[in-house]
Design a protein around this ligand. Sequence first.
Ligand code: PLP
Length: 434
Amino acid sequence: MTTSTSTAQELDHELSALDTASIIHPHTVIGSPSNPVVFVKGEGARLWDAAGNEYIDGTCGLWQCPVGHGRRELAEVAYNQMSTLEFYSSFGDYSNEPSIRLAQKLLDIAPASIEKVFFTNGGSEGNETAVKLARLAWHHAGQPDRTVILARTGGYHGMGGASLAATGIDRLRAGYGPLIPGIEWLSKPHGLAHGENATDILIDELEDRIAEIGADRIAAFIGEPILGVGGMVPPPEGYWPRVQEVLRKHGILFIADEIVTAFGRTGEWFASTYYGVEPDIIVTAKGISSGYLPMGAVLIGRRVLDIADGALFLHGFTYNGHPVASAVALKNIEIIEQEGLMARGLGIGRRLLEGLKPLEQLPIVAEVRGVGTLIGIEFATGDTASVQAGARANGVIVRASGNTIVMSPPLVISEADVDRIIAVVTEQVEAAGA
Ligand code: PLP
């Protein structure tokens, strides 16, 4: 026992030292690496690190794993596909069966307006694709001045050229300029900030901005149905149908970034369905494959196809429609379906939200909110980073995103683990407010 514990700790120290000596991690200070938690195993909503510590995954990593960790069925599908055809390019007139089957499945579950699929390897690539496609479509249709992308403060769309330019979080943009031009800004759609008439205020602003810029210069609007990195912010009541109405009136394409919200988080396959809208383009990633392999898909609606009809789309990534990732994604979607995980997630989310709601009594907490399994605790004052660190030290992983603690557990998490998240987070938030 003593030997195995010390061996685990030795391995943990060794890996940690090698990591800090060799890897630059996303979102860290260059030259100042911190000792990482080195995960070695995952199962369901549980994770284990190299030192043998156990954690409840309250965030699903970076929102990517609705079906939970360590599922053999997905490993078997990957093994079988890799043994048959590991990869071949999908450029031009090459294709493969898993990506064809996955596309069919996506079209079955997507809102009715969606008719085609363009595959990617992740979220940022998806948003790059959406922006390029929207601009190309108008260019092709003889409206080359229609290039502006309307984006929202607080929105997060990724780390590429267009996807970062459309990200409305200052600290993520700083130092990388000049970013691509042609992005125009709308306010963060946050009910707390805008008060009772939030939707009217935001829709008036949208109309005003379109009038100022000129609809004939605007290619598309991009938005996350529920802001993720921006603090798990659901929109105010009635916001999305009214946004859609304004965009349609002015002929502006509607891009929904559903990289976080799709594949069951709201109890529907897509948050667009939850909010009753039919975007022209829906960008997905993460939950499409539960992160077992990198994968994303841009779902494209009839209107875009009509405008872009006949345009040569010189765009693509080497691993578009990767057969192994596609086979895994298809199986992942089948698991969500067969195990009834979307309905299960609704129950889990309700339990988590109700369990954390009493924290609103604390002066440091501005709001506890959520839709489905996307839950946030916004701080009015105080330090969210200490809650993230304190919870982790107590075996629960949650994420401090700005002034909000965000949670989005796997849809397979047990009720006992949800209750443990509630207990640990409550303790940490109380301590932060003491
Ligand atoms: N869009 C949203 C809403 C996201 O949350 C993310 C990542 O968290 C992205 C885009 C970027 O996705 P990726 O990191 O896979 O490039």
